[in-house]
Design a protein around this ligand. Sequence first.
Ligand code: BMA
Length: 397
Amino acid sequence: MTNKTSPDTSGRTKNEHMKCVKFSLILILFCACTENKTEDQNLVNPNATKETLALYQNLGKLVDTAVLFGHQDDLAYGVGWAYEPGNSDVKKLAGDYPALYGWELGNLELDSAKNLDNVPFAAMKQFIRDAYGEGSVISISWHANNPLTGKNAWDPAAGTVASILQGGNKHELFLSWLDKVGDFLADLKDTGGTPIPVLFRPWHELTGNWFWWCQNVSTPDEFKQLWALTYDHLVNKRKLNNLIWVYNTADFNSPEQFLERYPGNHLADVISFDAYQNEADISEVENRFVLQVDTKLALLNKLADSLHKIPALAETGFETIPKADWWTNDLLPLLKKHQVSYVLLWRNAGKMPGKEKMHYYVPFAGDTSAADFKKFADDPKIWLANDAKAAELYKRK
Ligand code: BMA
């Protein structure tokens, strides 16, 4: 019988032997991980433009180094201002524009000149062209109206998804809506005619119960068909090769729940979720938002590794940010601990008609969390526009 210090046949003690085995295991794991990380990731669309593929692969390579900081509608309006060329609530405090801009297509399907938040689509296209010209990244969501009831996206009427699938009585109407979205996305080109890559995030927050495409009003199979139909129409029929497909849930508690409606590894490039801080989540002893997002990001990272996809926090924020150190004490540690390719803070609508509470997610000068936001934005892991520009995200490395 050998004891801890007795030599084995190679002359090593058992302790030394175990150390050696452990070291070899770590080495194998390390090599496997580095191999994984350096291996180029491919988009689900084999015909994606070279700029779209370069962006995706660069995001994959940067996932340990950088979190691209994004803001919804950043260039269009902020707290107390609207459509002032060059203005941005992020820039005013952080000294630089966001690295990523979120835009929203809701109401495009109705032939409206403005989206549901009053952003003119023509202005949106120009903002997108300008941002691409600066090397920044674009993310697009779509709060599509309910095609069955004619009400808005927040009308979870049973049977809506079924009604737009092949054979449903709203199928043709839905295809005509997809064509309008397709026209918009096809028109996103730079001055030289190069299609602008877009992180396209349709049917977002699907594990919620508030949109007509959510889990409470469609079966997993219906949802997957909706996704496949959207992909097929925009990619195969409309030949849009500038899209990076972003799968996005709201709350989830297990990998099984996250993947219940996943359309398949052949139809999604980025996996993500949305999570918002509420005051009620903060007690004397803990911040439940931080605990929950920590768990979810850990699950998301594991899934991203095994599915070979890129993880992102596609929407987050704390309305009016009433906690002075929320940025560096709560959000930043989460972004440093986990792989998060990008994070998108929601819009700075400010005072909205008929609402008591202001609606904004990035602070303004003098606001409670303004100084802390600046510290957060200065962290080397948080990338703003100049960092993105220097990294030449649209060039193959
Ligand atoms: C919500 C709010 C709404 C807005 C919608 C779509 O979270 O900001 O005011 O209309 O997003 O952008």
